[in-house]
Design a protein around this ligand. Structure first.
Ligand code: NCD
Length: 322
């Protein structure tokens, strides 16, 4: 597998977002990810591809899935992985993000995976360091590896992306997952619908090549994929909906609302889920319909592919002078 893939090339130093990637570049990442899905199901999951490489996870915002997934991905490829969270970073002591980045850069990491509450912060940091940078989610801007793992899950289940009708439902305004998915899915030829209350979808969303609905059943009619999103209350600075109860009544995914989608429509959620808010528990746990656990599995494979392809592009260190 490794040898056969040595001509696979992703022509970027960093992975900061999906916007601007070509269909071929996305396909390279997905195909490479696919090759790791099987490997991750074996008892011996370890490779030595990243032996000697250092990966630092710098997470200035809460995370369970993404951080663990990058840690596992790095370790399964034989790299050394270090985790820094907001609780353990000097940012808590008033250090700026750039100073933190410069400090880490001086330790010669090969890859920095960064999550930050501000849109654009990861790009800014990538301009100051020598290593490859992967965006693990910046504010409400982009979360590229989430969109890739969602695409891999869909491709795995349906065999394609092109031509599918995908409904992304919930808090679109504050969601980096929605933004990265819109870029990826439209680039790959899927038709994207956004379903949200008027207050939770940008008024100019249609310029992204999507169709906007404010009624769940109208938006879900005959769709192939239903992606549910959490209300990102940590990014809300005013009231966007009257009450949780009313939100669930109109925008929570129930069997009744799902009944208008294709009979085999797949239900997805990036997690963390708020049961009884954006999704009914029974739908979330329906293993026939829900791909939520599979999304987590695909996440590790996608992050392995990203780490592999980006480290391949790193310049060789200059020869040591004695
Ligand atoms: C998402 C995120 O952090 O943007 N979660 C994730 O990475 N799996 C979505 C969310 O927090 O709701």
């Amino acid at each position: 597998m490794t040898g056969a893939a040595s001509n696979v090339h992703f022509p970027h130093r960093h992975l900061l977002g999906i916007e601007g990637l070509s269909p071929d570049e996305i396909t390279v990442l997905l195909d490479r990810s696919e090759s790791y899905v099987e490997q991750n199901r074996q008892s011996d999951k370890k490779k030595s591809l990243l032996r000697g490489r250092t990966i630092i996870n710098l997470f200035i915002e809460a995370s369970t899935r993404t951080r663990t997934s990058f840690e596992l991905a790095g370790k399964r490829l034989g790299g050394d992985v270090i985790n820094i969270s907001i609780a353990t970073s000097a940012i808590k002591k008033g250090e700026t993000l750039i100073d933190t980045a410069m400090t880490l850069n001086a330790m010669h990491p090969d890859v920095l995976v960064v999550r930050h509450p501000h849109s654009g912060a990861v790009k800014l940091l990538s301009e100051k360091v020598n290593c490859a940078v992967i965006n693990g989610g910046d504010g409400s801007h982009e979360h590229p590896t989430q969109a890739l793992l969602d695409a891999l899950t869909i491709r795995h289940r349906t065999g394609r992306l092109s031509g599918l009708v995908v409904a992304i439902c919930g808090d679109i305004t504050h969601s980096r997952v929605a933004r990265s998915n819109i870029h990826l899915l439209t680039t790959m030829g899927a038709r994207v619908r956004l379903i949200a209350p008027r207050t939770l979808v940008p008024s100019d969303a249609e310029r992204l090549g999507v169709t906007v609905f404010h009624d769940m059943k109208a938006g879900l009619a005959d769709c192939d994929i239903v992606m549910m999103l959490r209300l990102q209350t940590e990014r809300m600075h005013r009231n966007y909906f009257p009450s949780i109860r009313e939100y669930f009544r109109f925008f929570g995914l129930t069997y009744d609302k799902l009944s208008v989608a294709k009979p085999d429509a797949l239900v997805m959620h990036p997690g963390p889920m708020n049961r009884g808010v954006e999704i009914d528990s029974e739908v979330a746990d329906d293993i026939g319909r829900s791909a939520i656990r599979e999304q987590v599995e695909m996440g590790v494979a996608v992050r392995m592919a990203c780490l592999e392809l980006l480290t391949r592009n790193l310049p060789e260190p200059p020869p040591e002078v004695h």
